[in-house]
Design a binder for this molecule. Structure first.
Ligand SMILES: NC(=O)c1ccc[n+]([C@@H]2O[C@H](COP(=O)([O-])OP(=O)(O)OC[C@H]3O[C@@H](n4cnc5c(N)ncnc54)[C@H](OP(=O)(O)O)[C@@H]3O)[C@@H](O)[C@H]2O)c1
Length: 323
């Protein structure tokens, strides 16, 4: 398995791996199974061994379970890891209740996160969403204070619109934007991606497989207990038509000697030096396949084919990413 190269996250930002490890699905969170904890820890450690230092979590992933897991995995090797934590989401029994972005709450959240992770400083700290419940100045301002106090190194934001990104960056320099991006979800190419590029903000792109749609492994109809059934993209005729689209990815993957998931990750990777594919991998067996994806190069003709078949709107129905 090859070692993943490093890039600067954002303008003059910290050095992180060009491929990030999403740890969310290592914990029980909406829809995902309760995974094997020791396998999750082994996956994180193996990722670190191969130069994947960017570990992504949220304090609400498994109500803190995910941070505890990462804490165990990085014990005795803190310096090998770059820890990205989201805060602000309130869940109860897997149900989203809303956001809590009050400065006092953020100060509370971070203290618990630091203890669960077993570290003194979080490398990248970010509100998981922003809304109007608390002025943005107060949310970003609180993270800026935490940076001054040494509890946080860099500010990130997640799932926000272009004008919000600009505003946040005016309050305090934003190092990274975490955002859903894949062949199936390209709406951010219109304004958010160009804004991030203009402002020198790194892009941490998740959901590269579009909730599994682009893995080529999905069949219609989904099993009744699949969490994807909640989203219109995976229902009835939409799913049938969407899977027909995925056939194009499957045949290109076969032609090139890769899997559809590898091409889906490689396509995100190819969108720019400042864009990091952030991929969920809950088991070590995923690592060789997904690290190999980072070496895939597309010809102009292949890019054109993908662009044409996966133009904005070509995948029918939405997921939680359509805001
Ligand atoms: N900011 C936000 O709002 C937000 C929202 C969602 C997620 N995230 C972060 O982004 C990360 C990635 O997001 P995601 O989980 O939604 O998307 P993803 O990376 O596309 O993963 C979706 C599923 O694809 C599977 N997978 C990975 N590699 C595969 C391969 N080579 N072949 C077949 N299946 C493969 C994963 O399986 P296994 O896990 O079983 O290995 C996972 O269940 C999360 O872990 C989380 O850290 C952020």
């Amino acid at each position: 398995m090859s070692t993943i190269k490093k890039i600067a996250l954002g303008k003059n930002g910290p050095m992180v791996s060009k491929l990030g490890l999403g740890c969310m699905r290592m914990s029980p969170i909406y829809g995902s199974r309760v995974s094997n904890e020791s396998e999750g820890i082994a996956t994180i450690q193996s990722a670190l061994d191969h130069g994947i230092n960017f570990l992504n979590t949220g304090d609400f992933y498994g109500n803190g379970h995910n941070e505890l897991l990462i804490g165990k995995a990085i014990k005795d090797r803190r310096d090998d890891a770059f820890i990205s934590v989201k805060f602000g989401a309130i869940f109860d029994n897997g149900q989203w209740l809303g956001l809590d972005l009050r400065p006092m709450s953020i100060r509370n959240f971070i203290n618990y996160s630091l203890v669960r992770l077993g570290i003194d400083t979080i490398d990248l700290y970010q509100p998981c969403r922003l809304d109007d419940s608390v002025p943005m100045e107060d949310v970003i301002g609180t993270v800026a204070e935490l940076i001054k106090e040494g509890k946080v190194r860099h500010l990130g934001v997640s799932e926000i619109a272009a004008e919000q990104l600009r505003k946040a960056n005016n309050i305090y320099p934003v190092t990274a934007l975490e955002i859903g991006y894949s062949l199936a979800d390209r709406q951010i190419e219109h304004d958010l991606l160009p804004t991030a590029k203009e402002l020198g903000i790194g892009v941490v792109a998740f959901a590269n497989t579009a909730e599994g749609l682009l893995t080529g492994e999905m069949k219609a109809p989904l099993s009744p207990d699949a969490y994807q059934n909640h989203f219109s993209r995976f229902q009835g005729e939409n799913l049938i038509k969407n899977l027909e689209k995925v056939e194009i990815l499957k045949s290109l993957a076969k032609e090139k000697g890769y899997t559809p998931s590898q091409l889906a990750i490689a396509w995100v990777n190819a969108q720019g030096d400042h864009i990091m594919p952030l991929v969920s991998m809950s088991r070590r067996s995923r690592l060789p396949e997904n690290t190999e994806a980072m070496d895939i190069v597309f010809s102009t003709k292949e890019m054109h084919t993908l662009d044409e078949h996966f133009s904005v709107g070509s995948i029918l129905g939405g997921t939680y990413l359509q805001r």
